[in-house]
Design a protein around this ligand. Structure first.
Ligand SMILES: Cc1cc2nc3c(=O)[nH]c(=O)nc-3n(C[C@H](O)[C@H](O)[C@H](O)COP(=O)(O)OP(=O)(O)OC[C@H]3O[C@@H](n4cnc5c(N)ncnc54)[C@H](O)[C@@H]3O)c2cc1C
Length: 397
């Protein structure tokens, strides 16, 4: 038998590809599986997740927390693989014990390496070919020939999106996927879960300052810590807005600003009363010095400088501090890619329509979630869905 013929060839050893191989090895060890990875080791992006701690799922997984072109198909997959099932699989099949921080789920070691190692160990029956970039997948005699060398009855594209390209995923295989799926098969790629830029000069002066805020952007609301930077604003609550911001911009509607309530614990009336009182009680101080026990410096000064000096205007600005937006950072800084192969272009089992045996999973598909374990959850759930579909076909034979 030709040793280069495989039941399943997985292109990309990231989160989705490793889970795909691990599930095949665990459940169907008789199948011959190959992972081809362009890096010299697997799971490079996985190691960077959750600041090295790997927030691998969330107790509140729901399709409404994702952006996609096919919410019905996404819901079906998420329903089949709820967080409880993923947490159980991690513990029972991979030996990774979970720890919880509110709804966020981590390995109890709080180390991404634990997850990457556990997945790699579960792939003991998989052959890995490293340092090899896949450049061609050609259909031939009921099989696919990869890079002119490896033959597979099934090929799984788990090559990621285009975010953090240094980790290996740069979209180089998207034209190949498109050649099978058709010209209209991709949704525009945009950076998501990324910091936003601002054109405001006074924002730069706040660089390094962190502030708890309630944020609104075009009717969307987030609460959390904002980080002012020399290019704009960052922090999870800002990043949650970035996909919406970039998709709106790409569709021709520029969202002008984010509004931050800098003292979210107080109502407008309470803010006005407190600011009036502080300014009255310290008549010898400048307004910003009088307010420096209420708002961090240099934020107090910035708010006062934006106002006409009256307590009413200062209170109004503290409750509606506008950050004018001027784009986002790029894919090199983005945690996830918005866009990709339309979910509508694959079957419920994530097989390309009209191309038997070709699957697409993970971030390469047009599914991106908010911060908090949603994107890795999609990597796992999509990989497991594809494995079930591959196996169904073997069982039918
Ligand atoms: C800094 C950072 C932090 C994050 N933190 C979290 C978090 O805590 N929780 C969460 O849910 N999500 C997080 N994410 C998102 C999450 O990491 C991704 O959604 C997830 O890794 C996508 O998995 P994937 O397997 O589809 O793609 P990837 O993990 O990108 O894997 C794709 C693999 O394919 C390989 N490849 C690509 N093209 C080829 C080719 N032509 N030939 C061979 N190999 C190829 C790449 O080298 C790569 O190894 C984070 C992302 C970043 C960047």
């Amino acid at each position: 038998m030709n040793s280069n013929i495989y039941d399943v060839i997985i292109i990309g050893g990231g989160a989705a590809g490793l889970m795909c191989a691990a599930a095949l090895n665990i459940k169907y060890p008789f199948l011959k599986v190959l992972i081809i990875e362009k890096n010299s080791k697997a799971g490079r992006k996985l190691l960077a997740t959750g600041n090295g701690r790997c927030n691998f799922t969330n107790l509140k997984i729901d399709s409404s927390c994702y952006n996609t072109d096919d919410e019905k198909k996404l819901s079906k997959i998420l329903y089949a693989y709820p967080p409880k099932k993923i947490i159980e699989l991690f513990e029972k099949e991979l030996g990774v014990v979970a720890a919880f921080k509110d709804d966020l789920v981590y390995p109890i070691t709080f180390q991404s390496k634990t997850v990457a190692d556990a997945l790699t160990m579960a792939c003991s029956k998989t052959k890995f070919v490293y340092d090899t970039e896949v450049t061609s997948v050609v259909s031939k005699d009921m099989k696919y020939v990869v890079n002119g060398t490896f033959e597979g009855y099934n090929v799984v594209f788990s090559c990621g999106g285009v975010s953090l390209p240094d980790s290996g995923s740069n979209g180089s295989l998207f034209p190949t996927i498109k050649s099978y799926a058709g010209n209209d098969s991709f949704v525009q790629l945009l950076p998501s879960l990324v910091s936003l830029k601002s054109s405001d000069k006074d924002i730069k002066k706040l660089s390094g300052l962190r502030q708890e805020c309630a944020l609104t952007m075009d009717g969307h609301i987030e609460k959390g810590e904002i980080l002012f930077t020399d290019y704009g604003v960052s922090g999870i609550c800002v990043m949650q807005f970035s996909g919406i911001y970039n998709r709106s911009l790409a569709s021709g509607k520029k969202i002008p600003y984010i509004s931050a309530d800098l003292i979210p614990s107080m109502s407008s009336k309470e803010k006005l009363a407190k600011i009036t009182d502080l300014i009255k009680r310290f008549p010898d101080r400048t307004a910003s010095d009088a307010l420096s026990g209420l708002l961090k410096e240099p934020l107090a000064r910035c708010v006062v400088e934006r106002s006409n000096g009256s307590p009413e205007d200062i209170a109004k600005i503290a409750g509606d501090f506008r950050i004018n937006l001027a784009g986002s950072q790029g894919f090199d800084k983005a945690q996830v890619t918005s866009g990709g192969l339309k979910l509508k272009k694959v079957t419920d089992g994530l097989e390309l329509q009209n191309s038997r045996g070709l699957y697409v999973i993970g971030e390469a598909l047009n599914v991106d979630g908010i911060c908090g374990g949603y994107n890795l959850h999609w990597a796992w759930a999509s990989a497991l869905t594809c494995v079930e579909d591959i196996i169904d076909e073997y069982e039918e034979i």
